[in-house]
Design a protein around this ligand. Structure first.
Ligand code: ATP
Length: 271
């Protein structure tokens, strides 16, 4: 099946400048759970404006890699910095600040179904809110910002609608707006399109890529579909049983590399 034509906006100068400080810098990153090595000696740099896709079979370490970036998974590393912070040395306030610098987008959206799209987006700013705001009185500036973000993801007209009555694609857009509400310096999207049909999957990945380009926020996205990584990512990180087996431009991902990443189990991966 031929791939639909997809616009490829240029990468930001920061992403093309090898001397620019990367938003994510990892060297010899390793995670071990008991006898299980979940991630083994991974090197990774992610720059502003880039979309980096993580590919690998189930259990290859994609989620674990994302979790290390916010200090959720226990790791060892020669270096791990995210948005200028050394992840391994953060505790308390430092860890909270690190986590508020990172917007998360999940497969199942993690919205509060009975609350409106607008309120769900507003919750993305709670880390910066004072006590009164936590009690539900968001400032008019926050509301304006949340509405602008809903507009950014094409959903201003559904701001008052409860999230449970939105489609899957719409809910994922709300989740992206919520992530943007916290003014992240990095977006981690863990299988954000696994519950969506192929057309909506393309819409959501296109939106994430536009955000990366226009807001200069890098996006790391785990995917199970090689074709989507080829179409929407700038670079691909391929993991196999916790080992990094491919790191390079999405355009360089040939059948040989796909085979290295997935072994022989490569059917149904293109669409
Ligand atoms: N908290 C944990 N305790 C023990 N083992 C874990 C833990 N979290 C992950 N693992 C193991 O680490 C390995 C990598 O898991 P991970 O969730 O990162 O894979 P994944 O590539 O994200 O998989 P999927 O595509 O199914 O989400 C797996 O073998 C998993 O069982």
């Amino acid at each position: 099946m031929s791939s639909p034509t997809v616009e490829r906006p240029e990468l930001s100068p920061a992403a093309l400048d090898p001397s620019a400080t990367p938003t994510v810098h990892a060297r010899k990153l390793r995670v071990q759970y008991g006898e299980q090595v979940a991630l083994s000696s991974v090197d990774l740099d992610v720059h502003q404006g880039e979309v980096v896709a993580l590919l690998g079979h189930s259990g290859s370490g994609k989620s674990t890699l994302m979790k290390t970036l916010t200090g959720i998974a226990p790791f060892t590393a020669d270096a791990l910095t995210v948005a200028g912070r050394e992840v391994g040395t953060q505790t308390g306030t430092g860890l909270r600040e690190l986590r508020s610098d990172v917007g998360y987008v999940f497969q199942h959206f993690n919205l509060v179904p009975r609350l409106s799209a607008l309120t769900n987006v507003l919750t993305g700013g709670l880390h910066a809110a004072g006590p009164l705001n936590v009690l539900g009185t968001f400032s008019s500036a926050q509301r304006t910002k949340a509405l602008d973000l809903l507009d950014r993801v094409g959903l201003a007209h559904k701001a008052k609608q409860a999230c449970r009555s939105l489609s899957g694609g719409e809910q994922q857009r709300v989740a992206i707006a919520r992530a943007l509400m916290q003014e992240p310096r990095l977006i981690l999207a863990d299988e954000p399109v696994a519950s969506l049909d192929p057309r909506l999957a393309g819409n959501i990945l296109g939106l994430l890529r536009n955000i990366a380009r226009e807001e200069h926020i890098p996006v790391i996205v785990s995917l199970h579909v090689v074709g989507l990584a080829r179409r929407y990512a700038d670079r691909v990180i391929g993991l196999h049983s916790g080992e990094l087996v491919f790191a390079g431009p999405a355009a360089h991902l040939t059948e040989k590399e796909v085979h290295q990443i997935y072994g022989t189990d490569t059917e149904l991966l293109e669409n």
